[in-house]
Design a protein around this ligand. Structure first.
Ligand SMILES: Cc1cc2nc3c(=O)[nH]c(=O)nc-3n(C[C@H](O)[C@H](O)[C@H](O)COP(=O)(O)OP(=O)(O)OC[C@H]3O[C@@H](n4cnc5c(N)ncnc54)[C@H](O)[C@@H]3O)c2cc1C
Length: 310
């Protein structure tokens, strides 16, 4: 009850990259009660599970994932208003939330309207855009621990930094988040959303599956600029390509695999390290075995004599 089970689910449909093999099971969970029961079973049986939001920051492996992939729906899509405080389910789409709150004259989420994300994914990633990070408007979130035990966390508990929180890789599931917004003018907030969307679509590759920025920006610089200066825009591996429009975005030109993306990531990493002495750090989540593969590929290469820490 409260969970729809799909065996042998196609992971490529769960990521905006449109890349990935099969998941042993996809569990689409509709209620917190069902999620608690599921997590306690998963913990008791020591099963493997991955959480997915809109899959806009994740690379799934071609060979797929064992165990469960969990996606939230149903009651995780609720929005509740109490003055300028908004309590939002983790599965609510952030652009939709930004628009809804702007329509009510509540301001604060507009800069975060221009990329695909669930509220849960954005909290876990501390997503940000145009100088605003989600932690700046977040009061706190409700999580379920690995065994399903609930906890209410304040934003200060999340150790949120640039594209990071201590929720990443912790096995905890964000079920809802509370935001404090500012009372303002609805027309102004909606106009800002239009302006931001126009800017975004001008700078990102439209219509080609991607997951936004591949690497974090090193302090004081832009990963895209460094990759561009290495002459890598347009470089291809299989059916993946470093976007000719943005050096820090890899696009799936049709039928790309995770190995194609890793090959381009390694090419960019090594070129930037050789030329600038900067070691880029992936921003995207490398799911399953991909993170180990990435770390091992770096260990196997001859290290550069220069190391600039981020
Ligand atoms: C075109 C484009 C533009 C982008 N621009 C930006 C940008 O400007 N700024 C930015 O920060 N990002 C950007 N991104 C990246 C991405 O949109 C964000 O990281 C986003 O917040 C990810 O949300 P998601 O729901 O898709 O999470 P997913 O990609 O599904 O998951 C990301 C991580 O969060 C975990 N997770 C997801 N939901 C939960 C939950 N409820 N509880 C626990 N863990 C969870 C997953 O397990 C995974 O580890 C862009 C992506 C694209 C495709």
């Amino acid at each position: 009850m409260g969970i729809d089970w799909t065996p042998d689910a196609d992971l490529s449909r769960l990521s905006t990259f449109r890349i990935g093999g099969r998941a042993e099971w996809l569990a689409t969970v509709h209620t917190e009660k069902a999620l608690r029961t599921l997590l306690s079973r998963v913990a008791a049986e020591d099963l493997r599970f991955d959480l997915v939001g809109l899959g806009s920051n994740v690379l799934f492996p071609d060979r797929g994932l064992d165990g469960l992939v969990v996606r939230l729906e149903g009651e995780f899509k609720r929005i509740r208003y109490s003055g300028s405080i908004v309590e939002v389910g983790a599965a609510v789409a952030l652009p939709k939330l930004a628009r809804r709150t702007a329509q009510r004259g509540l301001s604060g989420l507009e800069p975060l309207c221009g990329f695909p994300s669930t509220v849960g994914g954005a909290v876990v990633m501390n997503a940000g855009c145009y100088g605003v990070e989600i932690k700046d408007v977040l009061l706190g979130c409700r999580v379920l621990g690995r065994d399903g035990t609930p906890a209410d966390l304040a934003v200060e508990d999340l150790a949120a930094g640039y594209r990071t929180t201590n929720l990443q890789g912790s096995g905890r599931v964000v079920v809802s988040a509370r935001f404090r917004l500012q009372e303002g003018d609805s027309a102004v907030a909606l106009a800002r959303i239009e302006e931001i969307n126009e800017k975004r679509w001008a700078s990102l590759p439209l219509g080609q599956p991607n997951v936004g920025s591949i690497f974090k920006n090193p302090p004081g610089d832009h990963a895209g600029r460094l990759i561009d200066e290495c002459g890598l825009k347009g470089r291809e591996a299989g059916r993946a390509q470093i976007s000719p429009k943005h050096g820090n975005v890899i696009v799936n030109t049709g039928g790309a695999g995770s190995s194609d993306v890793l090959e381009l990531m390694l090419a960019a990493y090594h070129a930037v390290e050789r030329r600038f002495g900067v070691r880029l750090e992936p921003e995207i989540i490398l799911a399953g075995e991909l993170r180990r593969e990435w770390d091992e590929s770096l260990r196997c290469q001859t290290p550069s004599p220069i190391h600039v820490t981020n």
